[in-house]
Design a binder for this molecule. Sequence first.
Ligand SMILES: NC(=O)c1ccc[n+]([C@@H]2O[C@H](COP(=O)([O-])OP(=O)(O)OC[C@H]3O[C@@H](n4cnc5c(N)ncnc54)[C@H](OP(=O)(O)O)[C@@H]3O)[C@@H](O)[C@H]2O)c1
Length: 253
Amino acid sequence: MNIFIAGGTSGIGYALARHYLDKGYYVGICGRNPGKVSANSFKNLKAFQADVCDLDSIGSAVQSFLKHGKNLDIFINCTGSYAEDVAGKISYEEAEEMLQTNILGTVNCFEIARKAMKGQKKGHIAVIASVSGILDYENSSLYTKTKRSVIQIGDAYRRALKPFGISVTTIAPGYVDTLKLRQLNNNDLSKKPFLTDVEKAVAIIVAAIEMQKKFVIFPTKMKWMMRSLSLLPSFLLNMIMFRKAKWMKDDRP
Ligand SMILES: NC(=O)c1ccc[n+]([C@@H]2O[C@H](COP(=O)([O-])OP(=O)(O)OC[C@H]3O[C@@H](n4cnc5c(N)ncnc54)[C@H](OP(=O)(O)O)[C@@H]3O)[C@@H](O)[C@H]2O)c1
């Protein structure tokens, strides 16, 4: 199998790459800084420098991976950009990077993957959104809004690509214990409910792809919490989410 992982140079993406390499598959990964990964340590791994915000850049990386006429069996988009706080309280640069990476980058990945898979009449594309994108509430951050868009974009491509034999899985993880999450929280994950370790996250994502599931929320406790919250009237949901955001920030320096 040939698997390409955009955003495979760290965190969830790199852990997925390791999983597929252990199975003996050919894996291509890309990021803006591929030097983070020592590609020489894995015979079947190719690392590329590519920015998903640039269609040509991600396109060239996938083309280079597929040279010698390889099929593309699975494409996974694990890229993401996160800036805390609501719009207006983050810088323009942070907002721009999030919109570019999470929205344009998602569309670019779908476009490149579908072109590579179209002639094959089969293939699978997965994209990592976030559990935060499931609920619609007043005080949600721009990150949350972009991840809500990722879920919608996944739905649109799922419908569009079905006639070509290409299936789409959207993954909405809760908190996953990655270096990035730790960096963003001064290494203190005590206020992250239902934290999932990265190996468990990989097992869930791999199973969802194998079963060609449309949409997966994990962990299960987070899924049920989201389902319960989504039943609340909007004023109550807004109040709970506002208080939660305040509680999470309260003891920050
Ligand atoms: N960890 C969590 O708790 C959690 C929860 C919900 C959702 N998620 C989502 O899961 C995904 C992975 O998160 P993670 O914690 O594993 O973070 P991570 O370690 O920072 O992984 C992000 C990956 O994306 C790459 N990347 C970022 N911007 C890119 C761009 N413009 N072009 C190409 N590559 C780019 C990064 O590499 P370079 O820096 O080299 O470009 C890195 O390989 C993200 O979409 C995140 O929003 C994470």
